[in-house]
Write a protein that binds this ligand. Sequence first.
Ligand code: ATP
Length: 202
Amino acid sequence: MRLALFGGTFDPIHLGHVEAALAAADAHSLDRVLVAPCGVPPHKRSACRAPYRHRLRMVELACKEDSRLIASGLDEPREGGAPNYSVDTVERALATLRFEEPLRFIVGADAFSEIGTWRDAERVASLVEFLVVGRPWPDANSPSPPTARAARSVECAHPASSSAVRHRAKIGGTLADLAPPDVCAYIWQHALYRPEPNTMGP
Ligand code: ATP
């Protein structure tokens, strides 16, 4: 079993995420990609708009697009609301899952270029092989060294972003070109990312 972890805020998951996961799966013959929304993202704490349960549910809906994609609660919120660090998630995966080594870790080129700011970045790099998916942002395609030895790049150029989905949902625009149909329906059904305060529940 060739396995990759794909972590992120997924607030919400979008077509760029799905394409990135599938491009990595195709390029590296992955059997499974665990798509694991981050409970409390260390880098985006204040910016996280939808509660974890909604983000996980949308990941579940998006994962119906391909049988290799598996929604995972591996990175669920910790007790006491502490931030979720990738190093803990990777160690949890290594301790609890069975797969053929190495554990792959899918990451966008923009996120990868900031990897020096991750907690225990060197340790994460020693535990996984990064699959760095290209992102169509001008300066996002130049991964910086500390972990470059364990990184392989994967071509993928879908322009969607979670920010774009949230913006469109806020102004009532179409989401069809940005997110899988079931995710679009879920966002409307639960009035996610609307301007009104407190519409998303706890
Ligand atoms: P936001 O717009 O709120 O910053 P985002 O679209 O970057 O969010 P995240 O959940 O933060 O979404 O991203 C999770 C991972 O997916 C990160 O590694 C990110 O670089 C990568 N990623 C996001 N969008 C794309 C895309 N269109 N193509 C390739 N990788 C992507």
